[in-house]
Unconditional design. Structure first.
Length: 193
């Protein structure tokens, strides 16, 4: 049986129209059950099972989400947000706006975990003559490295509370324990809404 190109195009168009889209890409969806909703922002190729893994780059198992825009989630709908190697790619103003959006979608007592190259950690490593990549400051599109105080103050200004620095792989919260990639120049912070 021969299928005409017109028939094939029509079927394909119906399937595409039925897909949830955001500016032409697959849109992340919230689960319909009441299991904890966990959002992994800027995941790249690191997929956490049971999480909504998002990035601006498309790859299997990743939903498209441009975090510079309003998230496609209602307010107070997410339990946990995690990002690693992410916030340093924003200007201070854009990071503040992004954190405001994270605060909006988190439920009361929801938490955020942030792992980022730390300014102090980078300088401490350099002082100890550890091998520090030259491009930790300038390469990979980094715009701002955070000191612990700057990151904590920014989170506080947005409205987060109970802000605490964490050791790599250690978290009092089950979902955030041992999920970091463990890079040597690391500042790891958790906060509650």
């Amino acid at each position: 049986m021969e299928i005409s190109s017109r028939s094939l195009a029509s079927k394909l168009w119906r399937r595409i129209r039925a897909m949830p889209l955001v500016r032409g890409f697959y849109r992340p969806r919230l689960p319909q059950d009441r299991n904890p909703t966990r959002l992994h922002l800027g995941c790249g190729y690191t997929i956490f099972p049971g999480w909504i893994n998002t990035d601006i780059l498309l790859s299997p198992g990743v939903a498209y989400l441009d975090v510079r825009k309003r998230f496609p989630f209602p307010g107070a709908s997410v339990d946990v947000i995690y990002c690693e190697e992410f916030i340093e790619h924003f200007s201070q103003k854009d990071a503040f706006l992004w954190l405001k959006e994270c605060h909006r979608v988190l439920r009361d007592d929801g938490r955020i975990g942030i792992g980022t190259p730390g300014l102090r950690e980078a300088f401490t490593g350099a002082a100890k003559d550890e091998k520090i990549p030259v491009n930790v400051w300038e390469g990979y599109g980094h715009k701002l490295l955070y000191s612990p105080e700057l990151l904590e103050e920014t989170l506080e200004l947005v409205g987060f509370r109970a802000i605490a620095r964490q050791f790599l792989g250690v978290s009092p919260q089950g979902e955030l324990c041992r999920i970091e990639a463990g890079k040597p120049i690391r500042l790891s912070v958790e906060a509650f809404k």
